[in-house]
Design a protein around this ligand. Structure first.
Ligand SMILES: [Zn+2]
Ligand SMILES: [Zn+2]
Length: 248
């Protein structure tokens, strides 16, 4: 079967034997390229595993499923209270990073990773379930309501899925994106024009110090910043805005 792995620092399609052993067999239908995949390629952080932690496919009986790429140890206090995404054991066992992921014709996953898709969700779109879940989780953490104005900094997958999820509350949501294609996608998802009026919630979906500074500048006093990006190059805190505006 085909699989995408890091060979000499580059994402490369290689031929492998189909996976054997324990687990639920999933035939991949779709896989997303995460910004983190590109950073990990650049930083030489990817091991001898198949790349891809955003993916969906079919079980052997043909049922379409999305895949949750991590699971906790199942045993610690965090796992027992349902916060298994925070389990320290996760880093050693994430599909596409520290074990084989979804950019292959087939992959074996633990049974709890399988999330059956409801009728009407195309399995070819369902590689977006993982980034959408990140946005849903983040907005739940900050208690997003429909009367809050939201700005999203960054127009990649995380930015677009944050926009789509925020729009479900019915509130005004704007996106600051760099590229025309990203702005067009945001417009199709119902983005409002970005204004200079301070926002109740500003999402950093880019994961850079300049995006964070922009987020802090656009946040109203007493507002909230939601950091959904990953700061691969570290982070410079826009300390004065955060301090003076009492941004949470
Ligand atoms: Zn990712
Ligand atoms: Zn645990």
């Amino acid at each position: 079967m085909r699989a995408v792995r890091c060979v000499d620092g580059r994402a490369t399609v290689v031929e492998l034997a189909a996976p054997a052993g324990e687990g639920v067999r999933i035939k991949t239908a779709s896989a997303g390229v995460c910004g983190s995949d590109l950073h990990m390629l650049d930083l030489g952080m990817l091991g001898p595993y198949t790349i891809g932690h955003e993916f969906a496919g079919w079980l052997e009986d043909g049922r379409p499923v999305a895949v949750e790429p991590l699971h906790g140890c199942g045993d610690c206090g965090l796992c027992r209270t349902g916060d298994y995404n925070r389990c320290p054991a996760n880093l050693a066992d994430i599909a596409g990073i520290s074990r084989d992921g979804g950019m292959a014709d087939e992959v074996l996953m633990w049974p709890e990773a399988v999330v059956p898709l409801p009728t009407g969700v195309d399995v070819r779109d369902a590689c977006l379930v993982e980034p959408i879940a990140i946005a849903v989780h983040g907005f739940r953490m900050i208690g997003l309501r429909g009367d809050m104005r939201v700005a999203v900094i960054g127009g990649g997958t995380i930015g677009q899925t944050a926009l789509a999820v925020a729009r479900l509350t019915g509130g005004e949501t704007a996106v600051s994106a760099r590229h025309d294609a990203q702005n067009e996608a945001a417009a199709r998802l119902g983005a409002a024009p970005l204004t200079d009026e301070p926002y109740d919630v500003v999402v950093d979906a880019a994961g850079t110090s300049s995006a964070l500074a922009d987020a802090a500048a656009r946040c109203r006093p007493g507002g909230t910043m939601l950091l959904l990006g990953t700061y691969w190059a570290g982070m410079e805190l826009p300390a004065m805005d955060v301090r003076v505006k009492e941004i949470r």
